[in-house]
Design a protein around this ligand. Structure first.
Ligand code: SAH
Length: 213
């Protein structure tokens, strides 16, 4: 696959749509400009890579909508060198955007098929996370904690306590909370025991699966 002139043009148009929808962080938009989303799509949907929609990928999962990727990344407020944990590698698209922002990324995926596929793709494209973990995101990844930020890219029925525990003081957890529909929620760790919570609008994700599903 190539990243052609046409793809680049469509990507610029998508970024303008995201600006019009209220995304203001130009560093996030520039990172999204560096990542060819069509590489992360299943072949049947290639023509739609630059429409602002979620699409099916393997294992009954989805590649997140570009607006959602932009919004979650903006809420994370990460800077180059930050240690970030992502739950739900999926297609690897959100992971690539975070790597393009210069963070040290740890990303966890519980489905082996996606774990293998996205590990290969990210490596091939040169968007290298520090580590891609095959495991259960409800547990976070304690080995490399604490994190400056944690981003969950599936709908969580409740806040997994290990994720809050693995945040640095000042760190941010961005998580869609709810069963069928979710509310984008941000927790910021103020002190050892205190967290600030704010909500950022409705959203729709595939569910964060519990271990035995
Ligand atoms: N960030 C992805 C979004 C993928 S959809 C992208 O940009 O494409 C959500 C992903 O979360 C799916 O790949 C799903 O397999 C994964 N997931 C679901 N439950 C999980 C869990 N408990 N731990 C880790 N990953 C999980």
């Amino acid at each position: 696959m190539k990243d052609s002139f046409i793809h680049k043009g469509k990507r610029k148009q998508l970024l303008d749509q995201l600006r019009a929808k209220g995304i203001g962080d130009e560093r996030v938009l520039e990172a999204m400009n560096q990542v060819p989303r069509h590489f992360f799509m299943d072949s049947g949907f290639l023509d739609h890579a630059y429409s602002d929609k979620a699409f099916p990928i393997a294992a009954d999962q989805t590649i997140s909508q570009p607006y959602t990727v932009a919004k979650q990344t903006e809420l994370l407020q990460c800077s180059p060198g930050h240690k970030i944990l992502e739950i739900g590698t999926g297609s690897g698209y959100q992971s690539a955007v975070l790597v393009a922002l210069g963070v040290q990324l740890y990303t966890v995926e519980r489905q082996n098929e996606l774990f293998k596929k996205s590990s290969l793709l990210l490596k091939k494209m040169g968007f290298n996370p520090k580590k891609i973990i095959f495991g259960d995101g409800y547990k976070g990844f304690p080995d490399s904690a604490p994190y400056d930020g944690i981003i969950v890219t599936a709908g969580a029925p409740f806040v997994p306590m290990p994720l809050l525990a693995q945040l640095k003081i000042g760190g941010r957890l961005v998580i869609p909370l709810g069963e069928k529909d979710q509310v984008m929620t941000l927790f910021q760790r103020i002190s050892e025991k205190k967290f600030d919570k704010s909500t950022h609008g409705p959203c729709k994700f595939v569910p964060l699966l519990a271990d035995k599903n």
